[in-house]
Design a protein around this ligand. Structure first.
Ligand code: AMP
Length: 405
């Protein structure tokens, strides 16, 4: 079956068409700058075959509907197209950021599901409305084709209450559902599954720590295949130091920024989400630039790296205590997959727990999973490329199978 995976944001739509008979990518693309005068639709056809062929359209894209229509046109267009008809697509799979407490797994979209995603808008005011735009447009463009929602939060719904309740007046949870939800769930679940397969054990028997370090960063403690704690919170701002997001802070800093500097809530929100993290400390949020600056002696760049990797260490060690026994530790996403220095610094001092990296293995660069721990390490440490589109497609196929059974 061919499936179209859609990640609809406020001004862009990312999409991937996969043939799930052999899990190959037929096309992968991006509609950008929706609503602006200089819209752009990019599509890489057959990217698995020597990079494939790139098709690009530049024109005004007034809304999500016209953006999605243009993307589908490129997929079905005679000479370049990768499918003959829209009806060749057997399912549309949507990434949805916040499922709140309503969704523990992916689900076929119907009116009730749409209502529940709407109900969760207060928890993800920037993301859920954009995800819903994508769902509504896809339902119009592909009437009768099953549409499945896969939630970033779903994998973390197994986190027990002692790890998801904040120490705030309890009625904020009861009345407004203020609690930890966690994000990057599709990625954590995917690499956990891959790691279990590499360890040769069923996922349900594996205790793992999955370390997702990209522009957004999070670490998850996985016990017997289930998420039992994760660093992102009610929103994707808590925990690790990210590209532009601050991660953990003394909450009284918000009060300080307001009282002492006169910042209003919108400004504080913008500072914490867009002007903090690595960028806040050294002015750069791309780890490659930070390394280049460190090699030139830039002290602030060195500090940004040190602050990020120190926070990683604290959480990895905390989750070792949460789990008691760890079978595998996985690094994934842009930084986790590509940066041996960050990996090495994030596990500095872990020899006391029996975790040892092999410097030579750690310096390898591969597109497929590779082991980086030393032969005598008590815990296997892997680098496993994440693949959220494939994970979403696989989970959607499972939903379709279970509804057809
Ligand atoms: P992601 O959000 O997973 O796409 O990760 C994006 C981030 O990965 C970028 O902002 C970079 O900081 C980082 N990244 C990508 N390639 C490399 C690399 N070769 N070395 C270090 N960091 C990288």
């Amino acid at each position: 079956m061919k499936v179209l995976v859609i990640n609809s944001g406020s001004s862009s739509i990312k999409y991937q068409l996969l043939d799930m008979s052999d899990e190959t990518v037929l096309a992968s693309g991006l509609v950008e700058r929706i609503g602006e005068h200089n819209g752009l639709v990019r599509c890489q056809l057959f990217p698995d075959q020597n990079g494939g062929r790139q098709v690009q359209l530049e024109e005004k894209i007034p809304d999500h509907q016209s953006g999605m229509r243009r993307a589908v046109d490129l997929l079905t267009n005679g000479e370049n197209g990768v499918i003959a008809e829209k009806s060749d697509i057997g399912a549309i799979c949507h990434r949805v950021v916040h499922g709140g407490e309503d969704f523990q797994k992916p689900i076929t979209i119907n009116e009730q599901v749409i209502e529940a995603i709407e109900k969760n808008i207060p928890l993800a005011p920037l993301h859920n409305p954009a995800n819903l735009d994508g769902i509504r447009v896809a339902r119009e463009l592909f009437p009768g084709t099953p549409q499945i929602a896969v939630f970033d939060t779903a994998f973390h719904q197994t986190i027990p209450d002692h790890a998801h309740i904040y120490a705030l007046p309890y009625e904020y949870y009861q009345e407004h559902r203020v609690r930890r939800y966690g994000f990057h769930g599709t990625s954590h679940k995917y690499v956990a599954g891959e790691c279990a397969a590499l360890l040769g054990k069923p996922l349900e028997e594996c205790n793992l720590i999955t370390v997702h370090l990209g522009n957004g960063c999070s670490i998850t403690a996985v016990e017997n295949g289930c998420s039992v704690d994760t660093t992102l919170g009610m929103t994707p701002l808590e925990g690790l130091v990210m590209g532009t997001r601050c991660g953990d802070l003394d909450p009284a800093i918000h009060v300080f920024l307001h009282r002492q500097l006169g910042y209003d809530i919108e400004k504080i929100d913008e500072i914490l989400n867009k002007r903090s993290g690595l960028k806040g400390i050294c002015g750069m949020n791309d780890m490659r630039d930070i390394h280049a600056e460190i090699s030139k002696g830039n002290e602030r760049a060195r500090l940004a790296l040190a602050v990020q990797t120190y926070r990683n260490r604290k959480y990895i060690a905390a989750y070792m205590a949460v789990l008691g026994r760890v079978d595998g530790l996985v690094f994934t996403a842009g930084i986790g997959e590509n940066d041996p220095v960050v990996r090495e610094q994030s596990l500095q001092g872990f020899e006391m727990f029996g975790i040892k990296l092999d410097p030579q293995l750690n310096s390898r660069r591969e597109k497929s999973p590779f082991l980086i721990s030393a032969a005598d390490s008590k815990v296997a440490v892997w680098v496993i490329p994440t693949n959220e589109e494939l994970a979403i497609a696989r989970e959607s196929i499972e939903v379709l199978k279970s509804t057809n059974d």
